[in-house]
Design a protein around this ligand. Structure first.
Ligand code: ATP
Ligand code: MG
Length: 408
């Protein structure tokens, strides 16, 4: 068993060994190497304490990013690499954070505190793969299984429940088989699901984002629902979620969240997403899609107005969603909107050949300005040419009519 390490990482492991310490790459990077996945970061675990790390890398940039937890970040060839001292599991009296950190000189201690067998392997070129819990076999078979007794591990830290489902949603074996969660682990997850409410909204949201934007979101949500875990996730109580062809839909977060909440009123979704501390821009995108889930899409003007409300990209995504959800009309509407946009048709006042300033020059004030631009936009959307001279003339005429009406 050989893992090809980047030179910078091999150098780090070497430096530790030359100084008499043990060091390994560990966790996600080992798992992903076995699965043939691209590796986004290499984490290193070592017998050296943070002070000893400083001595080993005296000449290099070592940042104290989590010193209390034994973590330092080494900037190696411009890339940050997290290095953490071997740790054992502390006591979790609050079900979300260990009370204290206990360091160790023993790799097995460090591996036993990790959540799943596939995440509990370490590797270095001299010792090869260190796999105390059958992680390699579980990688081959596509199984998520707790290290140790599942119920105890989920009681210590309920985030692991959501992590299990996130890994189910995103991992595939080297042969391309989707991962499943082993039976005892699923049962324990269901039994401990109430504890999810004890976690911070941010941590829940991060895992939820991972679950719904991954490849197997559909199957994963179905299992979350079937086991009653979904309803323990704040904001997701009574969510339909399942029974859709998730794999057909784009993987962007707003699309996936809109799909999750498709039948709910936007106001309610805003509240639910707020509860989970989603970014305001994401909440806005999702609500925009939901508010337009039944908007008219018959005429060119309907479609351009939709683009005005959601921006061109949002409108096209909405039409794609509606078409995937079985609305026949939406498929041709998507093509038509594409063509209208390619022709350079206007869908917002900012694209008009006249501006608010021009309206001020004509003598308009306050709300009159926006109303006039909207009126001109409507005409341009209906086929009137977007030409400055013509639009100014129209504006002048409408304004005069308006003043005359006011004076009657
Ligand atoms: P990803 O590819 O999503 O980053 P990862 O396995 O690298 O997956 P991280 O959250 O980066 O996940 O954590 C790195 C490693 O730390 C994990 O592989 C696991 O060994 C350990 N770990 C992380 N979170 C927990 C936890 N809540 N409980 C136990 N071990 C954990
Ligand atoms: Mg990681």
């Amino acid at each position: 068993m050989k893992i090809l390490l980047p030179d910078s990482i091999a150098d780090i492991l070497n430096t530790f060994e030359k100084n008499g310490f043990e060091a390994y790459v560990v966790g996600g990077c080992v798992r992903d190497s076995l699965l043939g996945r691209e590796i986004h970061d290499w984490d290193v675990t070592t017998s050296a304490t943070t002070e000893e790390m400083c001595r080993c890398f005296a000449e290099e940039r070592l940042l104290a990013t989590g010193e209390k937890h034994g973590t330092m970040t080494l900037i190696k060839d411009g890339m940050p690499v997290e290095i953490t001292t071997f740790r054992t599991e502390g006591v979790y009296s609050d079900g979300r954070h260990p009370d204290g950190v206990i360091f160790s000189r023993n790799l097995t201690d460090d591996l036993s505190r990790r959540d799943f067998t596939v995440n509990a392997m370490a590797y270095n070129p001299t010792k090869g793969l260190i796999d105390c819990f059958g992680g390699q076999k579980d990688c081959q078979d596509g199984i998520i299984r707790c290290v140790g007794e599942a119920a105890a591990r989920f009681t210590e830290d309920a985030l692991r429940i959501l992590r299990a489902f996130r890994f189910m949603s995103k991992l595939r074996t080297a042969e391309g088989l989707g991962f499943r969660i082993e039976a005892e682990t699923v049962h324990a997850a269901a039994d401990c699901a109430e504890r999810i409410g004890m976690l911070s909204a941010e941590r829940i949201r991060e895992e939820l984002e991972g679950i719904i934007t991954a490849e197997r979101a559909g199957e994963t949500l179905a299992l979350l629902k079937e086991t009653g875990i979904l309803q323990e996730i704040p904001g997701l109580e009574e969510t339909a979620a399942t029974g859709r062809e998730w794999a057909c839909f784009p993987r962007e977060l707003p699309v996936r969240m809109a799909l999750l909440f498709w039948d709910l009123p936007a106001e309610q979704v805003k509240r639910r997403m707020g509860l989970l501390r989603f970014k305001n821009s994401d909440i806005k995108s999702v609500c925009g899609l939901l508010e337009n889930s039944r908007a008219a899409i018959r005429s060119d003007e309907d479609l351009l107005m939709l683009a005005g409300r959601l921006e061109a990209e949002g409108a096209l995504v909405l039409l794609q969603m509606r078409s995937l959800l079985g609305e026949e009309e939406a498929q041709s509407a998507e093509k038509r909107l594409h063509n209208l946009l390619a022709e350079g048709r206007c869908f917002k006042t900012g694209q008009l050949a006249v501006s608010g300033n021009d309206m001020i020059q004509l003598g308009l004030k306050g709300r009159e300005i926006g109303c006039m631009l909207d009126r001109l936009l409507k005409e341009v959307m209906n086929g009137a040419p977007n030409e400055r001279a013509a639009l100014l003339k129209k504006a002048e005429r409408y304004f005069l009519e308006f003043i005359q009406k006011e004076n009657k």
